[in-house]
Design a protein around this ligand. Structure first.
Ligand SMILES: [Zn+2]
Length: 327
């Protein structure tokens, strides 16, 4: 899959190079048709260049002097070309190649190292394939306000929701910073509206911006994907779901239940655990509800192989709506 996206980025460079060449041809055409003297200078330069080559390979004893003379003429003609462009109201560099990225001249490489624009193109593709492009406008840590969470402890724990969230934020921060080396999988559980999806989107955005491929799916969309993979042999989709850097499964428990779902879900989780391909799962179910809703095989993996984070507090959606109405 990384190969698939890398290939897509190379295609973008090829298209950019073709576009640059096409636009340059059009600019040349315009100048040749509107400033005939310009074409004449070009012709002279081209003839002089041929003479220069011939002189260089000749045995002429005085060739150094001649060569310098021709070089001088070429330089003068080049200057005249620029002057002509400016005199006709065009910028001096009008007939030079224009690049999207002047650093690598739209090749993606500076010598043998990848240019930084390569990652930019790759990240854009990752965003498009993550399924969260539209959600990400709000979902970033800048909009994450701890004061939305109450600082009074509730029946859920002695710890207040705010202090709990602060702890989660710190651990999530470490997770993001150590993402490349960690094998941890995360399970966010708790009642609806306690910030799980929002936190997941923040993580997704942060990792995408760091150049990781994050794929975001609701559990029910994921089941549809698994169906496509199984019955339509969609290999690209398989690659995306199974080999991305982080698969986020939102709202586990909403996907319904039948034999296909149970089997495929287990296979997915098990396979990804074995290949150390990371997951983040959100669910509105409590831990005891997870154990009654899922087979012991799935439950034991969720409880044993995931770091568990309990989200609790008032329903943020209701709270935020009330705040808005009170404004
Ligand atoms: Zn570049």
């Amino acid at each position: 899959m990384i190969n698939k996206f890398t290939g897509e980025v190379y295609k973008i460079y090829t298209q950019l190079q073709e576009k640059n060449a096409r636009e340059l041809r059009e600019r040349k055409k315009l100048i040749h048709s509107t400033i005939p003297t310009y074409a004449q200078y070009e012709k002279e330069i081209s003839n002089l260049s041929i003479s220069l080559v011939n002189l260089t390979i000749s045995n002429d004893k005085n060739k150094i002097n001649e060569i310098n003379k021709i070089k001088e003429k070429i330089l003068t003609l080049r200057e005249k070309k620029y002057e002509l462009l400016v005199a006709n109201g065009y910028p001096a560099d009008f007939l030079e190649e224009k690049y999207n990225c002047p650093l690598c001249k739209d090749t993606g490489f500076i010598k043998t190292t990848r240019c930084k624009c390569f990652k930019k193109h790759l990240t854009k593709l990752y965003y498009e394939n993550s399924n969260i492009k539209s959600l990400l406008s709000d979902g970033n840590f800048k909009n994450f306000k701890l004061q939305y969470f109450s600082n009074k402890s509730t029946g859920d724990s002695k710890r207040s929701p705010q202090s709990n969230m602060q702890d989660i934020l710190e651990k999530v921060g470490l997770y993001i910073n150590n993402f490349e080396t960690t094998n941890d999988n995360l399970l966010f559980y708790g009642r609806p509206g306690t910030g799980k999806s929002f936190m997941s989107q923040c993580i997704a955005k942060e990792l995408l911006d760091k150049g990781f491929l994050v794929v975001y799916r609701t559990a029910s969309d994921l089941i549809e994907d698994l169906r496509d993979i199984r019955f339509n042999k969609d290999n690209n989709l398989y690659d995306l779901i199974f080999n991305c850097d982080l698969l986020i499964i939102d709202d586990l428990g909403s996907e319904g239940s039948n034999e296909f779902i149970t089997t495929e879900l287990f296979n997915l989780i098990n396979k990804k655990l074995l290949s150390k391909s990371k997951m983040l799962i959100n669910t509105n179910l409590s831990l005891s509800e997870i154990s009654t809703s899922y087979s012991s095989r799935i439950t034991s993996r969720l409880m044993g192989d995931f770091k568990l984070f309990k989200f609790y507090g008032d329903d943020l959606r209701i709270k935020l709506n009330l705040n808005r109405k009170n404004l």
